[in-house]
Design a protein around this ligand. Structure first.
Ligand code: NDP
Length: 447
């Protein structure tokens, strides 16, 4: 059989033609294909079945209108999508994002990444992503609820506990998951684990809220251990102040590091004394309960607030936990010049391609598909608990999370080891994620 993809330039030029204007999706595929195409050339067993071509074409993209009524009685219309990318190893699984920057391209990039991430967890989950250009910022609870209910009127046709299990992402937290779940329950007349990230009163898993942020620090710990080093005593720069960032900061404090920054879309705070437990409690209340702006932290604790991003702060460790393309090549140069030892991505693709290239060569660098997989992993555990109708304890969930993050590190090391003993975590994650999905595609025939 002919192996159709041997040349990255030809492959990417075909992909760009088929998906015009989808820059985020192009970048995500380019990063993966750059590792997979050379791997395929050396591995006859994966040649000849168009595996990469099949994996870069979503199973389906569902696009729909969401109409809802705002508090003034105006009818509003937004657009939503669900990208069901690949269910070769399990039901589709991936978050929903509500943010004005959401486009089909962004969701295809995220859904594509999710295939590899979910595979790396070792759990039976396929790749998907969804969301809407609806902006929840500044909306009342009632408006958010009506939007979520309207969205579910359409989405419920395409999801189910054995079909597709959405979760949260940017702009979709416990409140939104609750509204989405409530509507699904009424529409389907079933109480089933169709969404993860649910509240603890209706089937959520203890430890899910913390899982992505804690997991990213566990992954960092594994990376530092390869150099005989640890988290304790390190200064850390963190971006974001949402779900991932808050619990990344929490675990850093617990393991003895000093996180000195946090940010939101208005700017960042720099606290040279470090964010401690008391300050973190304030930050959680500010962001999770009051939905306020990060500047309030600077006012309360007398530190600086600046517009922009926090990458000029001097730190040993970096954790971008806000959004995609938040670290430019120049930011990466600054971080490295300031003595950065390691960077683990909490967000998905926060580093622009030039930044990634530089970091990959200069420091311990973990791509999000490996280091932020703890969230989806505990979502997988939530599905298992729902199916068995039991609840595990926090200790049990955390223990499993630590094992999964360590296993992912092991896969990255296995497939990303250089002859000189160093580890290319990007290559390791790409190939480690690919082999399981590719084998499943082969074993199930051409469908
Ligand atoms: P949240 O909505 O809880 O928080 C997002 C944070 O990033 C907020 O502080 C937000 O600020 C900031 N932010 C968002 N967009 C921008 C932007 N364009 N510029 C500057 N700051 C921005 O999202 P999560 O914490 O859940 O997600 C963060 C990242 O982690 C995303 O890339 C997501 O895909 C990824 N991720 C999340 C997982 C999860 O379990 N939640 C799992 C794996 C990955 P503001 O409030 O001002 O908008």
């Amino acid at each position: 059989m002919k192996n159709t993809c041997t040349d990255i330039n030809a492959f990417m030029s075909g992909l760009r033609k088929r998906n015009p204007g989808q820059r985020e999706f192009h970048d995500a595929v380019q990063e993966v294909a750059s590792d997979i195409i050379p791997f395929l050339a050396d591995h006859k067993e994966f040649q000849g079945e168009c595996l990469l071509e099949r994996l870069t074409e979503p199973d389906r993209v569902i696009s729909f209108r969401v109409s809802w009524v705002d508090d003034e009685g105006n009818v509003r219309a937004d657009r939503a999508w669900r990208v069901q990318f690949c269910n070769a190893i399990g039901p589709y699984k991936g978050g929903m994002r509500f943010h004005p920057t959401v486009t089909e391209s962004v969701l295809k990039f995220l859904g594509f990444e999710q295939i590899f991430k979910n595979s790396l967890t070792g759990l039976p989950m396929g790749g998907a992503k969804g969301g809407s250009n609806f902006n929840p910022k500044g909306k009342s609870d009632g408006e958010v609820m009506r939007f979520c209910q309207s969205l579910m009127i359409e989405l419920h046709r395409y999801i189910g506990p054995d079909t597709d299990v959405p979760a949260g992402d940017i702009g979709v937290g416990a409140r939104e998951v609750g509204y989405l779940f409530g509507k699904y329950r009424r529409l389907s007349n079933t109480f089933t684990g169709v969404l993860t990230g649910k509240g603890l009163n209706f089937g959520g898993s203890i430890g899910r809220k913390e899982a992505t942020g804690h997991g990213v620090v566990y992954f960092m710990r594994e990376m530092l251990a390869t150099r005989g080093d640890g988290i304790e005593g390190k200064t850390a720069v963190v971006s974001g102040s949402g779900n991932v960032a808050l619990y990344c900061i929490e675990k850093l404090i617990q393991l003895g590091a000093k996180p000195v920054t946090a940010s939101d879309s208005s700017g960042f705070i720099y606290d040279p004394n470090g964010i401690d437990e008391e300050k973190l409690a304030f930050l959680k209340d500010l962001k999770e309960v009051r939905r306020g702006r990060i500047e309030e932290y600077a006012e309360k604790y007398g530190c600086t607030f600046s517009v922009g991003r926090p990458w000029a702060a001097k730190a040993h460790l970096a954790f971008p936990c806000a959004t995609q393309n938040e670290i430019t090549e120049d930011d990466a140069k600054t971080l490295i010049a300031n003595g950065l030892m390691a960077l683990a991505e909490g967000a998905n693709m926060p580093c622009e391609p030039g930044a990634q290239h530089l970091l990959r060569q200069s420091v311990l660098y973990a791509p999000g598909k490996a280091s932020n997989a703890g969230g989806v992993a505990v979502s997988g555990l939530e599905q298992s608990q729902n199916a068995m109708r039991i609840n595990w304890s926090l200790e049990e969930v955390d223990q499993r999370l630590q094992i999964i993050m360590s296993d992912i590190h092991g896969k990255c090391s296995k497939y990303g080891k250089h002859a000189n003993g160093g580890i290319d975590y990007v290559r390791g994650a790409n190939i480690g994620g690919f082999t399981k999905v590719a084998s499943a595609l082969q074993e199930c025939g051409v469908v």
